[in-house]
Structures are given as structure tokens and as C-alpha cells.
Design a protein around this ligand. Structure first.
Ligand SMILES: Nc1nc2c(ncn2[C@@H]2O[C@H](COP(=O)(O)OP(=O)(O)OP(=O)(O)O)[C@@H](O)[C@H]2O)c(=O)[nH]1
Ligand SMILES: [Mg+2]
Length: 240
């Protein structure tokens, strides 16, 4: 399963970007699982309309950017969805039985409309990092990610962007520049140009994450990475 990690400073817009992409991936027929790294992430996910069934919070150890046992968090989340689906199926079956009896007794049948439908299994995982050490330095985010998305607020000072050791900017697959609507135009343009100059071969995409502006461009880049030949090889391996 493809793991997409969103890293970046605190308050840069990671949860908002993740929530937008969740919805867009869903529209394209995927079922993402959202994994946050703290309680503060939950509200923006729900605000973006992510179904709580697909939201998990896995809190990393202090000083870590993402939970070490993310695979376990994914497995336990999937187990939970399966268990819930089983319960839903049981409830439907029990209601059918009850309605058979009610029909014999001429009591009229009870509707199943308040029993939720079974949930589809996730096929892609969206993971939000904490953003320790200014957000761009924690190797574990890169190691875990099949696709690494670094989120940079447009107003971030170039001194911070230039600091040595920003491995997550250097190694990002996609750089998303947020908050261009609330940053003075010249400042936002400087940040974008700076990133484009420094990371010439990466997509650097300015967005308004809260309103979904340009988020389709981010989605297209992500989907391009899904179809990378090496990832397809992984997929073929998994099918064996
Ligand atoms: N105007 C504007 N606000 C944004 C944008 N992206 C995010 N925000 C706001 O910025 C704040 C922080 O966004 P989050 O998505 O919670 O940021 P985060 O990086 O997940 O924050 P932490 O998880 O706490 O580190 C929220 O109030 C968002 O509504 C944007 O593009 N434009
Ligand atoms: Mg967050």
C-alpha cells in the first residue's frame, strides 16, 4: 500500500492539505486511511469531511516525527474496520431474522436504514508527521514514505529554508507552498522562486489549502508517483 507522508513545520497546513487530498483521492476511486500524529490533527480531518472510520491517531515517541510502529497502526486500523464490518453484517442478518418473525406475527418490518453500510478497505495511507526540529529534518519521515510531501508556509523566511540539514526539503517528492492567500504577494513569490531555484527538478506547487485552490495539481503529482515503474514492480511482487 502506498504511504504518503506529509511533513513540515507546526501550523504549516499539513492536516488541511492531507484532508483535501483524502477527498480528491476518494473522488478518483481510492480509499485512503488518514493517520495523524496528535489530537490537534483530528479536528481539521473531520472538518474536511473525512469519515471517522478512516481516521487514526498514532502519537510518535518524544523527539520523533512519525510513529515508529506505523505498520502496526495501519494493521490495527484495518482490523478495526474489518471488525466493524462484521458487526454490521451481523446486525443486518439479525434484523432479517427479526423481520421474518415479525412478518409471521403480522407486526410489519423494521427498516435497516440506521445500520451503516460496510466500509471499503483502504488502499492508500496518508500519514501526517509532527514537524519536530522546524519540520524538515527528521529522516524517519523520508524512510517511511513512498511519496514524501513537504509542506512549506509561503511566509517562511528564506534563512530557515536555507538552514543546513533540511533533508525533508531536499528529499521531498513534492513541495506544497501553503497560505499564499494570506501572505503578501511579493513574499510568497520569493518563497516559491527560492524553492524552485534550489530544488529545480521537483514540483513546487503554491496552494490555498483551506479552499482547495491548486490542490488538483498536487493530486496529479501524487498519482504520477503511484504509477512509477518501481512502485509497479512492488505491486507485481505483492500479487505473487
Ligand atoms: N489562509 C490559509 N490558511 C491555511 C492554509 N492552510 C492551512 N491554513 C490554516 O492554518 C492553520 C493550521 O493548519 P493545519 O492544517 O492544522 O496545520 P498543521 O501543519 O497540520 O498543524 P499541526 O498539525 O498543529 O502542526 C489552520 O487554521 C488552517 O485553517 C492556506 O492555504 N491558507
Ligand atoms: Mg496537523
Amino acid at each position: 500500500m502506498n504511504k504518503i507522508v506529509f511533513c513540515g513545520r507546526n501550523d504549516s497546513g499539513k492536516s488541511t492539505v492531507l484532508g483535501e487530498l483524502y477527498n480528491r483521492l476518494k473522488q478518483r476511486g481510492y480509499q485512503p486511511l488518514a493517520i495523524g500524529s496528535g489530537v490537534q490533527d483530528e479536528k481539521p480531518y473531520l472538518f474536511k469531511g473525512i469519515d471517522p472510520v478512516y481516521v487514526t491517531i498514532a502519537v510518535p515517541d518524544p523527539g520523533s516525527d512519525v510513529a515508529e510502529d506505523i505498520e502496526r497502526a495501519i494493521r490495527s486500523s484495518i482490523a478495526h474496520i474489518k471488525e466493524r464490518n462484521q458487526l454490521i453484517l451481523h446486525a443486518r442478518k439479525a434484523l432479517d431474522e427479526l423481520n421474518k418473525v415479525r412478518s409471521i406475527l403480522e407486526l410489519g418490518s423494521i427498516s435497516a436504514k440506521d445500520i451503516p453500510s460496510v466500509a471499503a478497505m483502504p488502499d492508500v495511507v496518508l500519514i501526517e508527521a509532527v514537524g519536530i526540529n522546524d519540520g524538515y529534518r527528521a529522516q524517519e519521515s523520508r524512510q517511511m514514505a513512498d511519496i514524501l510531501v513537504s509542506v512549506v508556509p509561503a511566509g517562511l523566511k528564506s534563512e530557515i529554508l536555507m538552514e543546513p540539514g533540511n533533508v525533508l526539503l531536499e528529499e521531498a517528492d513534492i513541495v506544497v507552498v501553503t497560505k499564499i492567500d494570506i501572505t503578501p504577494r511579493s513574499e510568497a513569490a520569493t518563497t516559491v522562486k527560492f524553492l524552485q531555484r534550489f530544488y529545480r527538478y521537483k514540483p513546487v506547487i503554491p496552494v490555498v489549502a483551506t479552499q482547495g485552490v491548486h490542490m488538483d495539481l498536487v493530486l496529479d503529482e501524487i498519482i504520477k508517483h503511484f504509477s512509477e515503474p518501481l512502485l509497479l514492480l512492488d505491486g507485481a511482487e505483492a500479487l505473487k
